[in-house]
Design a protein around this ligand. Structure first.
Ligand code: UD1
Length: 421
């Protein structure tokens, strides 16, 4: 159904107004997985309405949890876990379902799930996740495309050094270690803000985690975790996308319910492009663009607090109409420039060579038929289409719906001519 739908944008409308930033998808998913560890009723506020969150709830239901949603509050009752298998269909729908491995294994001593495999951004190995869990005492069989994981004697603490600061692996280890016997240290841990949000939730449930958000995280295992109520942090990538949307239309937007600190790496680049940005109060970000946009020169994606890879596609859309040449170096994923080919259909001048993309700013983009092939790439197409003269039609909406809550409604509310048909 969603595949046949399209977003139709008549570009050139200046965006003006206020956008309340949704809750973070990348925090909601590990937090939903974390509820498996808590034998009780966990309440997550600010949980965005996204297909990925729906898939996570379906996984929880397969495990025997009861999930209910009331607007943006999701309640998960995990008093009883009656299953330890995640169906292959759900594993395929959402690559990050691997995040359930640590929590199911820690709570039940067993977990069976299919290998998540690659994805639209290139190969997405899970070797760090598996080797860390093995160091914690898990036996993992990889056969016939399935992972059969057991911890017959329970998991135990370990000193784990990640060779790359993987977000998902850091989260999986934190989940598993929370109910493991003894203390786990994660060295070279990911420092993304979502890690600190997960630790805050687990600590409220009775966990003992220190150092989340820093490169060494120490988790003292506890016998059991209770449930708690938690408000999911704001989505820094959705916020970055809407800042790019405002900027590309020469608009004036106020984002509310954002987090200034999380947005610093993105704001720094937008300021280099001649956007005026003010942060004030509790979570307000004002952007206003009066002068022509200029190239930010070189943008290198990196782990936090570097420039986030997820914000690279919408920023690339913005540089397509900025004066001068911009260079993107993608350091996190191998294949993250698929949107470039679609942006070229709008008249952008972009060439890609391996992990480097060179964008030469053009004065004008013209509406075109576009296909979103991944989540943030889809957001880049929406961003560019807002500035393109004439009509653009974007298909492949299931990708965009994974991460943006009602994107067309949000943009329409600030003056975009955008509908979903
Ligand atoms: C998370 C985010 C995603 C973001 C990414 C990087 C969620 C749900 N998703 O993904 O939006 O783009 O962080 O900020 O939070 N790697 C391995 N082996 C592993 C694990 C990762 O080689 O076992 C590699 C990956 O292929 C990739 C890099 O490490 O090249 C970063 O991946 P990782 O930080 O794990 O990203 P995710 O947690 O999958």
């Amino acid at each position: 159904m969603a595949e046949q739908q399209r977003i139709v944008i008549n570009g050139g409308k200046r965006l003006e107004g206020e956008i309340s930033v949704q809750g973070a998808k990348n925090s909601a998913l590990p937090l939903l997985a974390a509820t498996v560890l808590c034998g009780g009723q966990s309440v997550l506020h600010n949980c965005p309405h996204l297909s990925d969150c729906d898939f996570a709830c379906r996984i929880l239901e397969c495990l025997g949890c009861k999930c209910t949603r009331e607007k943006n509050t999701v309640t998960v009752d995990s008093s009883v876990i009656s299953g330890t298998e995640v169906p292959a269909s759900l594993m395929r729908e959402m690559r990050s379902s691997i995040i359930f491995l640590g929590s199911v294994l820690a709570r039940c001593g067993h977990c069976r799930m299919s290998f998540p495999g690659g994805c639209e951004l290139g190969p997405r190995p899970i070797d760090f996740h598996l080797s860390a869990l093995r160091e914690m005492g898990a036996q993992i069989d990889e056969r016939h495309g399935y992972l059969e994981c057991t911890a017959p004697k329970g998991l135990h603490g370990a000193r784990i050094t990640l060779s790359f600061s993987s977000v998902g692996a850091t989260e999986n280890i934190m989940l598993a270690a929370s109910l493991a016997e003894g203390t786990t240290e994660i060295h070279n841990a990911a420092r993304e803000p979502e890690i600190a949000d997960l630790a805050a939730f687990l600590n409220k449930c009775g966990g003992k985690i220190k150092g989340a958000g820093e490169s060494t995280v120490v988790i003292e295992g506890v016998k059991q975790l209770g449930a708690c109520e938690h408000r999911i942090m704001p989505d820094r990538i959705a916020a970055a996308t809407y800042l790019c949307c405002g900027a590309i239309t020469g608009g004036e937007l106020i984002l509310t319910n954002a987090d200034h600190d999380h947005l610093r790496p993105v704001i720094a680049v937008l300021e280099r492009m001649a956007c005026s940005i003010y942060t004030y109060g509790k979570g307000n970000v004002f952007i206003n663009v009066r002068r022509p946009l200029v190239s930010p020169r070189t943008v290198r994606t990196n782990v936090h607090p570097g420039f986030p890879t997820d914000a690279q596609p919408p920023l690339m859309a913005l540089t397509a109409v900025a004066e001068g040449t911009s260079v993107f170096v993608e350091n996190i994923f191998e294949n993250r420039f698929k949107h470039a080919g679609e942006l070229v259909r709008l008249g952008a001048n972009i060439s890609v060579e391996g992990r480097v993309a060179v964008v030469i700013g053009t004065k004008k983009l013209l509406g075109a038929e576009l296909v979103a092939t991944d989540l943030r790439g889809g957001a880049a197409l929406v961003t560019a289409a807002l500035a393109a003269e004439g009509t653009s039609r974007i298909t492949g909406l299931s990708h965009i719906d994974r991460g943006y809550e009602n994107i067309e409604g949000v943009l329409r509310s600030v003056g975009a001519d955008i509908v979903r048909k």
